[in-house]
Design a protein around this ligand. Structure first.
Ligand code: NAD
Length: 288
């Protein structure tokens, strides 16, 4: 392997340390501990692990976290009522509804019901709109984690060609919005399931970001020599996790690459903690 590894574990540990120090300062100034309320509906095993990891990360950074577990047969009205209670609870600063929700529930309506000031996942249309206008309130966690990795690894984005594979509302689209912002100034191409000549689009990229959800979808020979590769994918293949990039072959051509696991995944949680602290500051008038 010739590429440098961009170590998400190490970078996220630094971020969490900074958040912990700032959170302690906030507690000293206000007497209030930043508080994340997580909502988990049903017993999807992967969701249980994700929520548990978020709770643990909160505890370690000195943030309060509360988990609301609801049975799989919870109705839309019951879930909306819980969101409303959390919106009105002044001791709660951030609200996270773990996705996916059981199929009988309307996720869009639930996410829209979270008050934008507590929307630490940055999914609410108001927060998405603000991001697109270049005045974000919360940065979407996974794309913000990617931006941090690019910054820490010394990867310049201004004027560079970035290809994002995947156009989801959680990763692909907000990733493009962040890279287009003034200050990031990248030239962005987004590929999706209907893109023609996707390999060629990838080969043009100086920075290639894969968020497809298909193991090793991006082949090693799609990588431009010297490119920086960010693999957002987390796919279970038998008893191991695989990314969306054919890692070994890509690492022979790239200048730098993120591993899976230990890449973007830990960054997402670190950014969620930052957003929870930011939400507490917003609600206590420290920032507007
Ligand atoms: P998604 O299923 O919502 O979106 C996948 C996108 O890939 C779609 O926009 C689709 O157009 C595109 N796509 C699908 N098939 C394609 C094809 N054949 N050619 C080109 N494009 C194609 O997924 P998502 O929520 O964006 O997640 C993507 C991956 O990232 C998953 O593996 C997920 O587990 C992972 N993920 C990781 C983190 C993290 O913290 N690291 C966070 C969110 C998602």
């Amino acid at each position: 392997m010739t590429a440098t590894l961009i170590d998400g574990k190490q970078i996220s540990a630094e971020c969490r340390k900074e958040t912990a120090a700032s959170a302690e300062q906030f507690v000293n100034e206000t007497g209030v501990r930043p508080h994340l309320a997580a909502v988990l509906v049903g017993d999807d095993p992967a969701s249980q692990v994700y929520v548990r990891n978020k709770e643990l990360a909160c505890e370690r950074a000195g943030l309060q976290s509360t988990l609301h577990r609801l049975p799989a047969e919870t109705t839309q009205q019951e879930l909306l009522a819980l969101v409303q209670t959390l919106n009105e609870d002044v001791s709660v600063h951030g609200i996270l509804v773990q996705l996916p929700l059981p199929s009988h529930l309307n996720s869009t309506q639930i996410l829209d019901a979270i008050t934008p000031l507590k929307d630490v996942d940055a999914f609410h249309p108001e927060n998405v709109g603000r991001l697109l206008q270049g005045r974000p309130r919360f940065l979407p966690c996974t794309p913000a984690g990617v931006m941090k990795m690019l910054e820490v690894s010394g990867t310049e984005t201004a004027g560079r060609r970035v290809t994002i594979v995947g156009r989801s509302d959680i990763v692909g689209k907000p990733m493009a919005a962040l890279l287009l912002q003034k200050g990031a100034d990248a030239t962005v191409t987004i590929c999706h399931s209907r893109t023609a000549e996707i390999a060629e689009e990838c080969r043009r990229a100086e920075i290639l970001i894969a968020a497809v959800g298909i193991p090793e979808f991006v082949r090693g020979d799609w990588v431009r020599p010297g490119a920086v590769i960010i693999d957002v994918g987390i796919n279970r293949v038998g008893d191991r996790l695989a990314g969306d990039v054919e890692f070994a072959a890509a690492a022979e051509r790239a200048a730098a690459i993120t591993p899976v696991p230990g890449g973007v995944g830990p960054m997402t949680i670190a950014m969620l903690l930052q957003n929870t602290l930011h939400a507490a500051r917003l609600q206590h008038g420290f920032v507007s």
